[in-house]
Ligand binder design. Structure first.
Ligand code: BJW
Length: 254
């Protein structure tokens, strides 16, 4: 018979989870993996589009050189996402926003699955695949599922591009600052499903740690964070997060 792998969650983490008021969650591609969204760096660097590694096709350089190819790559991925649903990890994180007095969800993901699970006020560091942005006047417009998207800006007629942050591009103005302020202020920081390689996102747990927060990583693999964070829960987010909530409730006798 198949049984769930053993996962040890310390008494300290259970207590902190039960008592915390200010909580920050940073998520990455791994949180959507159980919904069927491929990660970038897992699975032997398999994120390749027509022979191009993702850091080539998802680059500012490619937007300048071949915008239609960039759109083709993002249209393809949006098409796949239309059929996908949030998983237990997204659902659990959405429930946490009502559990903690002061809760911030910061994601590197562009897939919109946190919002689909009911998370509100998500800080999207790397933009959204569900928006376009004018290359001239920077006006943003929503891309509606199952509807053709526009190629030109409604305001000025210039070309539009995906409203996502590619390598070498700046994050949307003020976004990192808001996330960094929440990291500096939190007492408990979860880092879920990210390889913690891409900056400035990867500096958020460092900021939380430097400000005295307890930092807990949730990831089936180790990352550069694993050796210094306060607790590393090695498992899939969809298994670990509901279990953590359950255990914390049990230990509080509720
Ligand atoms: C599971 C799981 C399960 C699997 N449960 N877990 C400081 C030092 C060095 C370099 C830099 C630096 N500061 C800035 C840079 C440059 C660069 C950078 O960080 N490079 C590093 C790679 C070296 N950063 C930038 O360019 C950023 N811009 C910037 O800093 O602007 C200022 C500036 C401008 C010019 C020059 C210098 C500075 C922008 C970064 C934008 C990142 N964009 C992408 C693409 C988005 C569009 C698209 O989707 O195509 O964002 S890259 C890609 O990586 C994507 C992700 O959001 C991001 C992070 O990846 P993530 O989420 O961690 O995914 P993976 O695949 O790496 O990891 C998945 C994890 O899940 C794994 O660990 C698995 O084990 C785990 N997992 N199943 C839980 N079930």
């Amino acid at each position: 018979m198949h049984s769930a792998p053993q996962l040890s969650i310390s008494d300290e983490l259970r207590r902190r989870f039960r008592d915390a008021r200010r909580v920050l969650v940073l998520t990455g591609a791994g949180v959507s993996a159980e919904s069927g969204v491929p990660t970038f760096r897992g699975g032997g660097n398999s994120a390749v589009w027509k022979g191009m590694p993702f850091d080539v096709i998802s680059s500012a350089r490619m937007v300048q050189r071949d915008l239609p190819a960039v759109w083709e790559w993002f249209d393809y991925r949006r098409g796949l996402l239309e059929a996908l649903s949030p998983n237990a990890a997204h659902d659990e994180i959405a429930a946490w926003q009502d559990r903690f007095a002061d809760f911030a969800l910061v994601t590197q993901n562009i897939d919109g699955l946190h919002q689909k699970a009911g998370s509100r006020s998500v800080i999207e560091l790397h933009g959204s695949i569900w928006r376009a942005r004018c290359v001239g006047c920077h006006t943003r417009s929503a891309i509606i599922p199952n509807r053709p998207r526009d190629n030109a800006c409604h305001d000025c007629g210039d070309s539009v591009r995906p409203d996502v942050v590619l390598f070498g591009e700046m994050l949307p103005a003020g976004t990192f600052e808001r996330a960094a302020a929440a990291a500096a202020d939190c007492e408990l920081c979860f880092v879920i499903g990210t390889s913690a390689l891409v900056y400035p996102a990867a500096s958020l747990p460092e900021i939380a740690h430097a400000s005295g927060a307890f930092v807990c990583e949730v990831n089936p693999e180790s990352t550069p964070l694993s050796h210094w964070c306060d607790e590393s829960l090695m498992g899939k987010a969809g298994d670990v997060l509901p279990r953590l909530s359950r255990l914390a409730l049990e230990s509080s006798g509720k």
